[in-house]
Ligand binder design. Structure first.
Ligand code: SAH
Ligand code: AVI
Length: 326
C-alpha cells in the first residue's frame, strides 16, 4: 500500500462529469452536501487506511477480531466453488481472513471505485492465493455493474464488511440489500459488518482522532475537488467537524467554513457564511434488533450475529429468501 502514495494521481475523464455534477448540485443545495463516496480517490483511500490504525477508530480492529475468531463458522456459510463478491473492498484485509478459512471459494471479486488501490490490492491477493481467480471490478456498487463472464457458472456469496452499510441512509441500505440480493441470487449468503450504537464518547473519539487523520481524510475531499474540478477552496479556511446525532443514531461529518467566503468552481461562485458546513458523511450506528429488522425487510433471513465482548460491532450472516427475488 505505501508504494501507492508516490504514484501520480490518474483521472478518468468519463467519471469527472458525474463528480462535477454531484459536487455542483451538492454545493448549491441548502444545506450543502457532497456524497461520501467521493472521499475515495487514492489519497483518500490511503488516509482511510491510516484512520483504521488510529487507537480511537475501534471498528476495524474489533471486526478483525470477530473475523479472526469466527472465520471457520462464517466460512461454513460460503458454498462450494463460490465467487466471493466484496462491495467496497479497500485493502481486502478482511477478505484475506475469510479466504484463508474458505478454500471452497474459487474466485474473489473486489468491487471498488478507488481504482488504483483496487488493482494494487488485487495483485497482492493473487500473490497470497495463487490458485484463486481474483477479478477486480471498477464500479460504483450503487449502480448496476456487469459481473465478469468467468463468474457465470459459479455460485455467489457477498461480503460487505467495515460497516460501509452505515454510510447509507437506512432506506438506501434497504435498497442496497435488495439489489445485492439480485446480484448474488436466491439462497446466496451475504456476510455484512455493522457498527453498533454505543457510548457517545467512544463514538466521538473514533471520528475525532487526536492525530487528526480523520480531519485530513475529510479535508482531502476539498483538495480532490480543487485538483480534479479546478476549484479554489482554501483548505485552511475549513475545519473538520464530527458529532454524534443520537436522535438519528449517526455520526455526522461536516466541513465547516471558518469565515464568510466565496469559492470558484466550474464557472460558478459558491458563497459560504461563517460557520456554514458541507455535510460530507453519515455513519449510522445500528442496534442488533434494528439491523436485523432492516435486513429481514429487504428479503434476507438473519442468522444470529457474531459480536465482540463489548458489543461494539456485529458480523451478520444473511441468507437470501428465494421469494425476495420473484
Ligand atoms: N471493506 C474494506 C474497506 C471499507 S472502506 C474494509 O472493511 O476495511 C469503504 C470502501 O468502499 C472504500 O474502499 C471505498 O473506496 C469503497 N466505496 C465507497 N463507496 C463506494 C461506492 N459507491 N461504490 C464502490 N465502492 C465504494
Ligand atoms: C467506510 N466507513 C464505514 C467509515 C465510517 O466509519 O463510516 C468511513 C470513515 N469516516 C470517518 N472515519 C471513517
Amino acid at each position: 500500500m505505501p508504494a501507492l502514495a508516490r504514484v501520480a494521481p490518474r483521472v478518468d475523464l468519463s467519471k469527472v462529469s458525474a463528480f462535477a455534477a454531484d459536487v455542483l448540485a451538492g454545493l448549491k443545495a441548502e444545506p450543502k452536501t457532497i456524497p461520501a463516496k467521493y472521499f475515495y480517490d487514492t489519497a483518500g483511500s490511503l488516509l482511510f487506511e491510516r484512520i483504521t490504525q488510529t487507537p480511537e477508530y475501534y471498528p476495524t480492529r474489533t471486526e478483525l477480531g470477530i473475523l479472526n475468531q469466527h472465520a471457520g463458522s462464517i466460512a461454513r456459510f460460503l458454498p462450494e466453488h463460490a465467487a466471493l463478491i466484496e462491495f467496497g473492498s479497500g485493502s481486502s484485509t478482511k477478505a484475506s481472513i475469510l479466504l484463508r478459512a474458505a478454500p471452497q471459494v474459487t474466485a474473489y471479486v473486489p468491487v471498488d471505485i478507488s481504482t488504483e488501490v483496487l488493482h494494487h490490492e488485487a495483485d497482492l491477493l493473487r500473490r497470497e492465493f495463487p490458485k484463486l481467480q481474483v477479478i477486480p471490478v471498477e464500479a460504483d456498487f450503487c449502480q448496476p455493474f456487469e459481473v465478469p463472464p468467468p463468474l457465470a457458472p459459479l455460485k455467489r456469496a457477498g461480503f460487505f464488511p467495515g460497516s460501509t452499510i452505515g454510510n447509507f441512509e437506512p432506506h438506501e441500505a434497504s435498497t442496497f440489500l435488495r439489489n445485492a440480493g439480485r446480484i448474488l441470487g436466491p439462497g446466496a449468503p451475504f456476510i455484512v459488518g455493522v457498527d453498533l450504537v454505543k457510548d457517545r464518547a467512544v463514538l466521538h473519539a473514533a471520528y475525532n482522532d487526536a492525530a487528526g487523520i480523520t480531519a485530513k481524510f475529510n479535508l482531502n475531499l476539498l483538495t480532490r475537488i480543487n485538483r480534479e474540478l479546478g476549484a479554489n477552496f482554501n483548505i485552511r479556511c475549513f475545519e473538520h467537524h464530527a458529532l454524534f446525532n443520537r436522535e438519528r443514531s449517526r455520526i455526522e461529518m461536516h466541513l465547516a467554513s471558518i469565515k464568510r467566503q466565496k469559492v470558484r468552481i466550474l464557472g460558478d461562485t459558491i458563497e459560504f457564511r461563517a460557520g456554514e458546513t458541507i455535510h460530507t458523511e453519515n455513519s449510522y450506528k445500528y442496534s442488533l434488533s434494528s439491523f436485523a429488522a432492516l435486513a429481514r425487510g429487504a428479503g434476507w433471513t438473519v442468522h444470529s450475529p457474531w459480536t465482540d465482548p463489548d458489543k461494539y460491532f456485529a458480523v451478520y450472516a444473511l441468507v437470501q429468501r428465494p421469494a425476495a427475488t420473484e
